[in-house]
Design a protein around this ligand. Structure first.
Ligand SMILES: N[C@@H](CCC(=O)N[C@@H](CS)C(=O)NCC(=O)O)C(=O)O
Length: 225
């Protein structure tokens, strides 16, 4: 059997995307958690991650003689190497659209989510800087809520973002989970998005990711309330 090792961060959204895909495909893997604290972030870097990825970021997947980084690249590799069950639709156009939704989750919805990350940290001693990041957080909340409304509309005629459950849902699930953990706008204000989110939370692969993020927060993020 091929040896498979995944390097993940305890609070890494992108690492959890890969773990969800591995579970959905029934692929066994060993996992190593890289050092992470709210105070120092990913410092010091795990030597295996620093050696494998010039960006020094997780996730990193090592499978036999193959080393990969970047969650999107890894998901596409897993699909090519282990096509069943599929995590992308059939057909070039449908697959491209699915990849776009994954990119939207990772880069467009995630962009304002970055401005909520301060909620995991103790308040800054410098009151003006603290007020500035809280203001940026309020603006991020509004932008996330605006994007939620668009996602809600797109779910009007479907259960999942691209036909059947796919990589698009995996990416969206993890980013929406981060909006909820970081006290962003509630999905409950958007009924179809809320019902899709509930569907995701009922999938064992996604539920495990949610449980592990919550457990990591209890240990690592005492300021997140
Ligand atoms: N586009 C990359 C993003 C990976 C990424 O941002 N990883 C974060 C953790 S979620 C990281 O390792 N950050 C370490 C750092 O920035 O030093 C992917 O999809 O894998």
């Amino acid at each position: 059997m091929t040896e498979r090792m995944l390097y993940v961060g305890p609070l890494s959204l992108f690492s959890r995307k890969v773990e969800i895909a591995l579970r959905e495909k029934g692929l066994l893997y060993a996992r190593e958690l890289v050092p992470f604290t709210q105070a120092k972030g990913y410092s010091p870097k795990h030597p295996a991650v620093a050696a494998a990825n010039p960006l020094k970021k997780v996730p990193v997947l090592v499978e036999g003689d193959l080393t990969l980084f970047d969650s999107t690249v890894i998901l596409e590799y897993l699909e090519d190497a282990y096509p069943e069950p599929p995590l992308y639709p059939k057909g070039a156009k449908a697959r491209a659209k699915c990849r776009l939704v994954e990119l939207e989750a990772d880069e467009i919805l995630f962009a304002p989510v970055r401005n909520l990350l301060y909620r995991t940290e103790p308040p800054l001693a410098d009151g003006a800087r603290q007020a500035a990041r809280e203001e940026a957080g309020i603006q991020a909340d509004a932008e996330i809520d605006r994007q939620f409304a668009g996602l809600d509309q797109r779910l009007a005629a479907r259960d999942y973002f691209c036909g059947a459950f796919s990589a698009a849902d995996i990416g969206m699930f993890m980013t929406v989970l981060f909006t909820q953990r970081l006290k962003g706008p509630r999905v409950s204000g958007h009924p179809r998005l809320a019902s899709w989110y509930g569907l995701m939370l009922n999938r064992p692969s996604c539920a495990k990711a949610a449980e592990e993020i919550a457990a990591a927060d209890r240990e690592l993020s005492p300021d997140l309330r």
